[in-house]
Design a protein around this ligand. Structure first.
Ligand SMILES: NC(=O)c1ccc[n+]([C@@H]2O[C@H](COP(=O)([O-])OP(=O)(O)OC[C@H]3O[C@@H](n4cnc5c(N)ncnc54)[C@H](O)[C@@H]3O)[C@@H](O)[C@H]2O)c1
Length: 322
């Protein structure tokens, strides 16, 4: 164990107007933190920050983290008022298929955002970094995925750029970071979603309430975690894991959910009677890992246990996105 202090009072959240970022902002504010948020609103929405916006301990600026000049100017102003001690880096490209069509999207939004945020932190003297990583770094390993599983050969540019991000974080530890927390999320669901199967299915059914087209054959099966539990896990890991480089899988209490389950549940809730048409094939799209099993023994050993199972998280998220 190192001597890192587990407390943080002033946090910067990148990607603050996004799905996960906005829930994290709300929870940090609830816990009494001062929060500075940055988002370029490419995927995020100001509506996600409606509640946070009314809190005097929250400051937001629409900025692209890849543009160092304006970001440093804004953050220097913030640092003069109160030093930021921790960066929660949530900004990335969350549209995995956009990265399949054009890998430059993931280079810029998934890797360079991490690289550039670390450069700014070095310049500003901020030395704690919490990172939103992903199960996609493991590629299609046919095993229960543990934190030290390998070799790591991602099959999407998104996964590759997240893995490269983990690499540059490790190098930044050597160079200047006091501590980093690399948290590998599974599929995350809940209110304010900006993407994902539930979001896509609801959007498609609004456009055509009589038929739902589903990519793949419906047998893809993954663990889904509710965003409320993800945020609790992030805070728990941040407060309780004190290595210089902390890395954890996060997943629901049990099980995984098939795409067929999600499609049928969305149809029942939003357009009963709609026909479901599967496009076929075991993968939803190129770069999709059709099924994976996640070990969270390391997180359990640290003392955090999720409460909701995967299907339960999906059912709740459908209601929250209707
Ligand atoms: N949702 C999931 O299932 C999931 C799973 C694994 C990992 N993650 C990771 O969690 C993080 C949050 O994901 P999310 O689901 O909330 O996605 P999201 O798209 O809702 O949030 C990402 C936010 O980052 C912002 N952003 C992107 N590029 C930016 C830039 N250059 N400058 C400033 N802001 C920028 C977007 O506008 C968006 O608001 C991401 O890093 C994502 O890769 C998400």
């Amino acid at each position: 164990m190192s001597n890192v202090l587990p407390t943080s009072r002033v946090s910067l959240v990148t990607g603050a107007a996004g799905f996960i970022g906005s829930h994290l902002v709300d929870r940090l504010l609830e816990l009494g933190h001062h929060v500075v948020g940055i988002d370029n609103l490419v995927l995020g929405k100001m509506a996600n920050l409606a509640e946070a916006g009314r809190n005097p301990r929250f400051d937001f600026r629409e900025l692209d983290v890849n543009q160092a000049g304006p970001c440093l100017e804004f953050l220097r102003g913030q640092m003069q008022r109160q030093p930021i001690d921790t960066v929660w880096h949530m900004a990335a490209n969350s549209d995995i298929q956009a990265g399949v069509r054009d890998p430059d999207v993931d280079l810029r939004l998934t890797f360079l955002t991490t690289f550039n945020v670390l450069k700014m932190m070095h310049e500003l003297g901020i030395r704690r970094f919490v990172f939103a990583s992903t199960s996609a770094i493991y590629g299609s390993l046919d095993a229960v995925l543990k934190e030290d599983s390998g070799p790591l050969f991602p099959i999407s540019s998104y996964g590759a750029m997240k893995l490269a991000s983990e690499g540059i974080i490790s190098a930044a530890i050597e160079r200047f970071l006091e501590c980093a927390w690399v948290c590998r999320f599974p599929n995350v669901v809940g209110g304010r979603a900006t993407h994902g199967a539930i979001y896509d299915f609801l959007r498609k059914l609004r456009a055509n309430p009589s038929e739902l087209e589903v990519l793949g054959d419906g047998t893809q099966e993954k663990p889904y975690l509710h965003v409320s539990e993800l945020v609790e896990a992030l805070l728990f890991i941040f407060q309780n894991s004190r290595e210089r480089l902390n890395f954890f899988n996060i997943a629901p209490a049990k099980g995984a959910t098939t795409v067929r389950y999600i499609a049928e549940a969305v149809v029942r809730a939003a357009a009963p009677g709609a026909a479901i048409r599967y496009t076929g094939g075991s993968k939803g799209w190129l770069g999709d890992v059709p099924r994976f099993r996640y070990s969270i023994e390391k997180l359990r050993a640290l003392g955090w246990t999720p409460k909701m199972g995967s299907n339960e998280a999906v059912d709740l998220a459908i209601q929250q996105n209707l």
